[in-house]
Design a binder for this molecule. Structure first.
Ligand code: R5P
Length: 330
């Protein structure tokens, strides 16, 4: 695990928080990330005492008083997404009923983000529905990381801070001393994300053009840009089935790319995604710890995990102290 962020996390004390003491609570989605944030801030995790009723329903019982406190609930809504969402709603509800002063939902991976618009008649916009539920349950604000679509921020009528992991990713890529680097966006929708990394590395961008024939089958129709003889880094938000990345990696090799690496924020990695990536002749898959990787899927030869805990911890302390979060990226 590699965790890097140049800014040290410290309570400045310059601006006392009007929201009471900082409290951290985590659901069960990513306990390791929550612990890393807690260690970084030197603030213990409050145990929500998550448990199940015999019929599988979720219950929580927060033992410590939350009255008047500034509470941050850490819960990426990664698979099993419905379970983790429901945990988040119930923790938020408990906090509101416990008279917490202010509640921030820290959601480093936002499930249902890829259903952020209708592509066919009579489809839902699930990402908006989830946003409604999170605020209805009691979140006063949100801390988000690399949303699939930036427009999702606008689905919330409460303040949001949307963090980018791309400085962390770019700093790591710099250590690899890649030659003749090209940053590749898998599709037009990923252009701004790829640009964020390319700008920091002063590299050109290439684009893939893909067509999805089913939920787990993707066809890469074309790659435009300078990839022949170059070290190509594909910048993605999510790897789910690995379909997009493996087909794009193949297309890049077919067009003469020298090396292909993947940098993706959220390693959802369903089914045989890792096997697919191995078969696609990908040299290294760089991801963050926004989503935990099951031990049986973690291949240290292939996957490098960069921690976003320092970034999230820094953002939490800035929100708590009413200081600028955007300064983090300047
Ligand atoms: C879609 O537009 C996203 O940006 C990713 O490309 C997609 O979610 C990856 O999914 P999969 O790994 O299943 O191809």
């Amino acid at each position: 695990m590699i965790g890097r962020l140049t800014t040290a996390v410290e309570f400045t004390g310059e601006e006392a928080s009007p929201w009471g003491a900082l409290k951290l609570i985590a659901g069960s989605a990513n306990p390791d990330l929550a612990q890393r944030i807690s260690d970084r801030l030197d603030v213990p995790l409050t145990d929500p005492r998550l448990r199940r009723f015999p019929d599988g329903e979720i219950n929580v019982k927060i033992e410590d008083s939350m009255r008047g406190h500034d509470v941050f609930v850490i819960q990426p809504t990664s698979p099993p997404v419905n379970e983790h969402l429901m945990e988040l709603f119930i923790i938020l509800d408990a906090l509101r009923r416990a008279s917490a002063g202010r509640v921030t939902a820290v959601v480093p991976y936002y499930g249902y983000a890829r259903k952020e618009r209708k592509t066919q008649p009579r489809e839902p916009i699930s990402a908006k529905l989830v946003a409604n539920f999170i605020t209805l349950a009691g979140a006063d604000r949100l801390l988000l990381l690399d949303l699939h679509a930036e427009a999702i921020e606008g689905f919330f009528d409460v303040p949001t801070d949307h963090l980018s992991p791309h400085r962390i990713i770019a700093e790591y890529l710099l250590t690899l001393q890649l030659q003749h680097l090209t940053v590749v966006a898998p599709d037009a929708g990923g252009g701004r994300r790829a640009e964020a990394v390319a700008n920091q590395l002063q590299a050109p961008i290439a684009f893939g053009y893909k067509r999805r024939s089913s939920d787990d089958e993707v066809e890469v129709i074309a790659v435009s840009g300078d990839v022949k003889g170059r070290d190509c880094v594909v910048v993605e938000d999510i790897i789910t089935t690995g379909g997009t990345i493996s087909k794009l990696a193949q297309a890049l090799h077919n067009q003469g790319a020298r090396r292909v690496l993947i940098a993706a924020t959220h390693p959802v990695l369903t089914g045989d995604a890792v096997e697919r990536l191995k078969r696609a002749n990908v040299e290294q898959v760089i991801v963050t710890d926004s989503v935990p990787i099951a031990p049986e899927k973690f291949d240290p030869e292939l996957v490098t995990v960069l921690s976003v805990a320092p970034l999230l911890a820094e953002a939490i302390i800035r929100v708590h102290e009413n200081r600028s979060v955007s300064e983090l990226f300047s």
